[in-house]
Design a protein around this ligand. Structure first.
Ligand SMILES: Nc1ncnc2c1ncn2[C@@H]1O[C@H](COP(=O)(O)OP(=O)(O)OP(=O)(O)O)[C@@H](O)[C@H]1O
Length: 479
C-alpha cells in the first residue's frame, strides 16, 4: 500500500478525531474472479486485505484492546550500554526502584507484582541520575508502555505548573490508550496532570499549558510547541516516542518527530520504543535518540514442528466449502480459525457455515477496531467455535486453544508470491503453546498448488495430501 494513502488516512483520522474506522478507507468491490481462482488479486488503486495489512496503527490498537496481561517470553533481554564500563543494573522488584510511594501504590493497584523482563533492565536505566537515553524494542504486550509511563511520572515535579514530559504516539487512539495508563498508574498522584495534544483539542491562543505531562500526535505536538507556543519545549525533560515502527510508516510523522526533538534541550532524556526493529526503524531511532542505551527482547520463534499439515484439492470455493463440511463431519473440532483472502469470501463462507448450523464469528476489515476486539474476545471465551477471518484482522493474535487452522485461501503477498511469514504466523506455535496442531490448506488452482509447493519447500516440511471424500482418511488425521 502506498505510504501516501496511509498518511492521508492518518491525517484525516486526526483531523476528524473520530473512530479508528476511518483508517479503513475506500474499499472498492472485490474482484470475485481473481478470488475464486485463488489467483492473485489484481487491483488498480483497489485496497485489498493485503494492503490493509499495512495498517499497523489499527493492528497495534487492536492488540492493546484485547490484551489483558503480559506476554510471557523465555528469551533473554539483550542490553547494549552506551558506556559498557558502567555497571548494569537490573531489578527484580518495584521496591528496588525507590519509587515515590504514591507511584508504587499505583503500580500495585494495577496488579503488577514484579517488573516484566524488559522492565527489569529498562526501568533502572530510565530512572537513573543523570538520566540516560534509551531505545527499546520488544513485541507488543511486554510492558514497554507501563515502563515509560512510570519513568515519566517519576520525573515530573508536580509543583512546577508547566509541561515537563512529552510523549508522541502515531494516532489519536494510541495516544488515548497511553493516556489511560498514565491515569491509572498516577491514580494516587493527583497533583500530576495530563493534557492531550490531539487535533480535536482546541485551546485559546496565548494559553500556556499547566499540565506536567502532554501526550499527543506529532503534528499537533509540533504546532503546540512551535506555532501556538502552548508548550515551551526548552522546559521538557523527558521525551518519549512510542511505536516508532508505526510512526515511520508516515513520512510526515517522521519529519515532525525530528523537528520536535530538535527543539528540546540537550539535557532532555530521549526514550524511543518499537515493537519491531528493521533497518528503517533503527535509522529513525538513532536520529531521535543520541547516545542511546539499547534494549532488545527477541520475539519467541514460532515453529511448524508440532503441526500436522495437509492440503485438499478442489476446483472452486463451493468444493472447498464441501471439503470443510466433510472434515467437520468426520472429526470433532473444538475451535478452528479459517483464513480467507478477501472480505467477500470470508463473509460468504461465514454465511454458509452458519446455515450449516455452526456457531461462527466473522472478523472483517470494515469493522471498527473495538468491534474486532469484541469478536476476538468472544471467540477466546469459547462463545463461538469457528472464527472466519481475513489475514489482516487476526495478524499477531494468539488464540491458544485453537487446534485447527484452515487456509481456505493460501497466504500470498500482493505480487501473488507465497507469504511464508504469514503462513508461519497463522499455523506455527511458539514453545509456550507447544501443543500439537492441525493445519489444512485448500488448493483450488494450479496457481495455489504452486504456492503450496513453494511454502513446502521454504519450510522444508512435507504437507500431506488429504482426500476429504474418504471419511476414514479424515478420521486418521485427528489421531
Ligand atoms: N510488571 C508487570 N506486571 C504485570 N502486568 C504488567 C506489567 N507491566 C505491564 N503489564 C500489563 O501487561 C500488558 C502489556 O503491557 P504494556 O501495554 O505496557 O506492553 P507494551 O509492550 O507497551 O505493549 P503495547 O505496545 O501493545 O501496549 C498490559 O495489560 C499491562 O497492564
Amino acid at each position: 500500500m502506498a505510504t501516501d494513502s496511509w498518511a492521508q488516512a492518518v491525517d484525516q483520522q486526526e483531523a476528524a478525531a473520530e473512530s479508528i474506522s476511518n483508517l479503513q478507507l475506500n474499499e472498492k468491490e472485490d474482484k470475485p474472479k481473481a478470488e475464486e481462482n485463488g489467483a492473485k488479486p489484481e487491483g488498480e488503486g483497489e485496497k485489498t486485505e493485503e494492503e490493509d495489512k499495512e495498517d499497523k496503527a489499527a493492528q497495534s490498537l487492536l492488540n492493546k484492546l484485547i490484551r489483558s496481561n503480559l506476554v510471557n517470553t523465555t528469551n533473554q533481554v539483550e542490553v547494549l550500554q552506551r558506556d559498557p564500563n558502567s555497571p548494569l543494573y537490573s531489578v527484580k522488584s518495584f521496591e528496588e526502584l525507590r519509587l515515590k510511594p504514591q507511584l508504587l501504590k499505583g503500580v500495585y493497584a494495577m496488579g503488577f507484582n514484579r517488573p516484566s523482563k524488559i522492565q527489569e533492565n529498562a526501568l533502572p536505566m530510565m530512572l537513573a541520575e543523570p538520566p540516560q537515553n534509551l531505545i527499546a524494542q520488544s513485541q507488543s504486550g511486554t510492558g514497554k508502555t507501563a515502563a515509560f509511563v512510570l519513568a515519566m511520572l517519576s520525573h515530573v515535579d508536580p509543583n512546577n505548573k508547566w509541561p515537563q514530559c512529552l510523549c508522541v504516539s502515531p494516532t489519536y487512539e494510541l495516544a488515548l490508550q497511553t493516556g489511560k495508563v498514565i491515569e491509572q498508574m498516577g491514580k494516587f498522584y493527583p497533583e500530576v496532570k495530563l493534557m492531550y495534544a490531539i487535533r480535536g483539542n482546541k485551546l485559546e491562543r496565548g494559553v500556556k499549558l499547566q499540565e506536567q505531562i502532554v501526550i499527543g500526535t506529532p503534528g499537533t505536538v509540533l504546532d503546540w510547541c512551535q506555532k501556538l507556543k502552548f508548550i515551551d519545549p526548552k522546559k521538557i525533560n523527558v521525551f518519549v516516542l512510542d511505536e516508532a515502527d508505526v510512526m515511520i510508516a508516515t513520512q510526515g510523522h517522521q519529519d515532525q518527530s525530528i523537528r520536535i526533538q530538535r527543539m528540546l534541550p540537550k539535557s532532555c532524556q530521549m526514550l524511543l520504543f518499537s515493537a519491531t526493529f528493521e533497518e528503517s526503524v533503527w535509522h529513525f531511532a538513532t536520529r531521535i535518540v543520541p547516545d542511546p542505551n539499547i534494549i532488545k527482547l527477541k520475539r519467541e520463534e514460532e515453529t511448524l514442528d508440532t503441526i500436522k499439515q495437509y492440503y485438499v484439492l478442489c476446483n472452486n470455493k463451493e468444493e472447498k466449502f464441501q471439503a470443510l463440511c466433510n472434515i467437520y463431519g468426520a472429526i470433532t473440532i473444538a475451535q478452528a480459525m479459517i483464513f480467507c483472502h478477501t472480505r467477500k469470501t470470508a463473509g460468504w463462507l461465514a454465511g454458509e457455515l452458519s446455515r450449516e448450523g455452526h456457531q461462527v464469528a466473522l472478523l472483517s476489515g470494515e469493522m471498527q477496531v473495538e468491534q474486532r476486539a469484541a469478536v476476538i474476545d468472544r471467540f477466546r471465551n469459547g462463545k463461538e467455535k469457528v472464527l472466519v477471518t481475513t489475514n489482516v484482522c487476526a495478524r499477531g493474535i494468539d488464540v491458544e486453544q485453537v487446534s485447527v487452522v484452515i487456509n481456505f485461501d493460501l497466504p500470498v503477498d500482493k505480487d501473488g508470491n507465497p507469504d511464508n511469514e504469514t503462513y508461519l504466523h497463522r499455523i506455527g506455535r511458539t514453545g509456550r503453546f507447544g501443543k500439537r496442531g492441525l493445519a489444512i490448506n485448500m488448493v483450488d488452482s494450479r496457481f495455489s498448488m504452486n504456492v503450496l509447493n513453494r511454502i513446502q519447500e521454504h519450510f522444508n516440511k512435507k504437507i500431506e495430501k488429504l482426500d476429504t471424500d474418504d471419511l476414514d482418511e479424515i478420521e486418521k488425521i485427528a489421531n
